[in-house]
Design a protein around this ligand. Structure first.
Ligand SMILES: Nc1nc2c(ncn2[C@@H]2O[C@H](COP(=O)(O)OP(=O)(O)OP(=O)(O)O)[C@@H](O)[C@H]2O)c(=O)[nH]1
Ligand SMILES: [Mg+2]
Length: 316
């Protein structure tokens, strides 16, 4: 647990330095608690993609609590701020079952969707590896048939993870490939099916309609599926993430979000934005380009890694 927490904390260094460290700096240079301090804090939150509504809500609660408790030391304000933010994450925590321990359904079907370049294929590679390591029989379906290179890319990930892949000729109808893949997984009793799909802009109606067709053929092959539909979101995209999620959710019912490139963002506030604006839980956190760089999102662990200082975590 300790080493896991430490490694997550290390991977979040960048997002923390843009956030927690900035807050610490701000309260340190202030001698008094005044409107300017609150404005600075709100600005830090907004800059970190918390979203203006969420930033306002946080700072409002902060003002209220600081006043009620008659706090006069700006550095104590930081403690209050962190506490408020943690409580937001802990509020209404959805089912935080282990993503990597789903019901044994043979097959358990997980579809990955999202805009271009968010990390769908990479996430599938990492997820396949985790399931394979847990002894599951995994089939990846190469449903991104738009580019020949996409099929090769997902095939490389399948090989790295040591799992099977259902490939097809480029340009074949993705729905047909996906149908074949799921039907074959049902017949051969695979444990896990991971469906890769082409990146698509959430504003392009034709491409979003194609998702409905994909959902339909998956059901035709396996009526209960897809058991999970994960929207893969690049955590550096900011506010646009919310609009992506809303659009995708209209075409294919999303069950969770994989937040990728969290290692590379200085804007960890996106987590709060999602919590404020969406009913869809974050399930996975991508923290690097390597096969092991995936985390089962767990609020308590995330909060510990994200808000802790060096000395606190090592004392765990
Ligand atoms: N640092 C970092 N890079 C990541 C992460 N996840 C994915 N990437 C990188 O993001 C880039 C795009 O990843 P892909 O997996 O190809 O994205 P995709 O969504 O499948 O892209 P399309 O199929 O073209 O829509 C690659 O260079 C990945 O290495 C992550 O968690 N951290
Ligand atoms: Mg891809």
């Amino acid at each position: 647990m300790l080493s896991k927490l430490k490694s997550l904390r290390d991977k979040l260094t960048k997002s923390k330095s843009g956030f927690i460290d900035k807050i610490a700096e701000t309260v340190k240079v202030r001698a008094v608690i005044d409107d300017e301090l609150y404005e600075d804090l709100e600005e830090i939150l907004i800059k970190n993609d918390t979203g203006s509504q969420m930033a306002e809500r946080i700072v409002e609660s902060l003002r209220k609590e600081v006043k009620e408790d008659r706090i006069t030391d700006p550095e104590v304000v930081q403690i209050y701020l962190v506490d408020i933010m943690q409580n937001i994450l802990f509020k209404d925590i959805p089912d935080e079952s282990d993503f990597f321990a789903p019901p044994a359904l043979q097959p358990y079907v997980i579809a990955f969707v999202g805009v271009n370049g968010t990390g769908k294929t990479t996430t599938i590679g990492k997820v396949a590896n985790r399931f394979a390591k847990a002894g599951k029989r995994v089939l990846i379906v190469a449903g991104d048939t738009f580019r020949a290179a996409a099929i090769d890319q997902v095939a490389i990930w399948a090989e790295r993870a040591g799992v099977e892949i259902m490939r097809s000729e480029p340009d074949r109808d993705p729905a047909a490939v996906i149908y074949d893949g799921v039907a074959s997984a049902v017949a051969k009793k695979y444990d896990i099916v991971l469906i890769d799909t082409a990146g698509r802009q959430h504003t392009k109606e034709r491409l979003m309609k194609e998702l409905q067709k994909i959902a339909k053929v998956i059901k035709k092959a396996c009526p209960e599926a897809p058991h999970e539909t994960i929207l893969v979101v690049d955590s550096t995209t900011g506010q646009n993430a919310i609009s992506q999620a809303r659009h995708f959710n209209e075409s294919i019912k999303l069950t969770g979000i994989a937040l990728t490139k969290f290692d590379g963002t200085a804007k960890g506030g996106i987590i709060f934005n999602i919590k404020q604006n969406l009913e869809i839980p974050v399930r996975l956190l991508g923290v690097g380009e390597q096969i092991e760089d995936i985390e089962n999102f767990h609020t308590v662990r995330f909060v510990k890694a994200f808000f802790s200082r060096e000395d606190e975590t090592s004392a765990e």
